[in-house]
Design a protein around this ligand. Structure first.
Ligand SMILES: *Cc1c(COP(=O)(O)O)cnc(C)c1O
Length: 371
């Protein structure tokens, strides 16, 4: 067997090295500016994201989790309210609902896209439902048309958790503008990653944008006047300056991810019992993750580990099975539970080489061929 090439799950340092001079200059500019929170850098980055996504307003905040929380707060969601969401996601989606005293109500997923199944959302709606929260998981957009139709019919707003999906498209339109809010994460490993935490809320609604601006800054527009209950969740100027540089490269990076996904797809073509990720006819997938479904997932994961190949399971335990959320959103969600038992994400980032991918795929196939 060949020596293990140095493969990483996510290569944030390799990406930085390619644009080091641009990033360093932006960072040094902020250090000398004296403006470290909000201010000009954040405002310019917000405008750049709004233009990129084709939305009217973008408001920076401290993390993707906070973006979800302030969006829920801006809609006035609290005790007694329900939010219909997916049981196959990162914990933040459920956590923010529970933190505000509301109740997550789960609807199961579409087994092919891993995203909320629109037909099941409708059955989960009650008179207490105050929001629908789809997640564009792994960078593949959820099926928005039926959700938008349901939202119009019922008046229940949609909050898109687009933490993994900046730049993904649904029928040619970038995600983030289908609901009342789109919530972005700039966690370092995300497709547009900061060098620390960061997040953003986007919306086309002027009044909601204004409300979010107040909430992220202690509920205040004018210093020491507090109109609504808020939090301290502001974006750092340093992160905004870095992200503004990185945003210019985002389309090229998303193309690189899509090319890497095509290479995996080709190399895995015909492999037994390996379900490759799909791209639905309505979708432009941005491959935050390249995630397989495997009946013998744990054996494949063990083989990858033996060969020193990074891999991950997003997510092994659905929120309704987590200790912290035991009393919320009970129920049986067999499609999500089966996905949790079968998914395996392979290394995916902008710096992958075809040789590295061949090495990864060889390890996957070696198990499937019983070697
Ligand atoms: C990363 C992520 C979040 C939270 O973002 P942070 O910036 O880490 O707080 C929320 N939802 C999903 C689906 C995510 O992947």
């Amino acid at each position: 067997m060949k020596n293990t090439p140095n493969i990483q799950m996510v290569d944030v340092v390799g990406q930085y090295r390619r644009i080091k001079s641009e990033i360093d200059e932006a960072v040094l500019g902020v250090l000398g500016s004296g403006q470290y929170i909000l201010g000009k850098e954040v405002a310019e980055f917000e405008s750049a994201v709004a233009r990129y996504l084709g939305v009217k307003h973008a408001v920076g905040c401290a993390s993707g989790t906070d973006a979800l929380q302030v969006a829920l707060m801006a809609l006035g969601i609290g005790p007694g309210d329900e939010v219909v969401t997916t049981p196959f996601t990162f914990v933040a989606t459920t956590e923010t609902v529970v933190l505000l005293g509301a109740r997550p109500v789960y609807a199961d997923i579409d087994p092919m896209t891993f995203n909320l199944d629109p037909a099941r959302i409708e059955r989960a709606i009650t008179p207490r439902t105050k929001a629908i929260m789809p997640v564009h998981l792994y960078g593949h957009p959820a099926d928005m048309d039926p959700m938008v139709e349901l939202s119009r019919r019922t008046g229940i707003p949609i909050i898109e958790d687009m933490a993994q999906a900046i730049g993904a498209e649904y029928r040619g339109t970038k995600v983030g503008s289908f609901g009342a809010f789109g919530c972005i994460s700039f966690y370092p490993s995300k497709n547009l990653g900061a060098f620390g935490d960061g997040g953003m809320v986007v919306t086309n609604d002027d009044a909601l944008a204004e409300r979010v601006r107040m909430i992220i800054n202690h509920g205040s527009r004018v210093r020491y006047q507090h109109e609504v209950l808020g939090v301290n969740s502001r974006l750092d100027a340093l992160q905004a300056a870095i992200l503004r540089v990185k945003l210019k490269h985002l389309n090229a990076w998303l193309d690189a991810r899509r090319r890497a996904a095509e290479v995996y797809n080709r190399l895995l073509d015909g492999a037994d019992d390996v379900v490759r990720p799909i791209e639905a006819p309505y979708a432009r997938h941005v491959y935050h993750q390249y995630t397989l479904r495997l009946k013998n997932r744990d054996r494949v994961a063990a083989r990858l580990a033996e060969r020193g190949i990074p891999h991950a399971i997003y997510y092994p335990i659905p929120p309704h099975r987590q200790e912290a959320f035991r009393e919320f959103g009970a129920g049986s969600f067999p499609i999500s539970e089966q996905a949790a038992a079968e998914v395996l994400s392979l290394p995916m980032h902008t710096e992958l080489t075809e040789e590295q991918q061949a090495f990864v795929v060889d390890a996957v196939k070696s198990v499937q061929q019983g070697k």
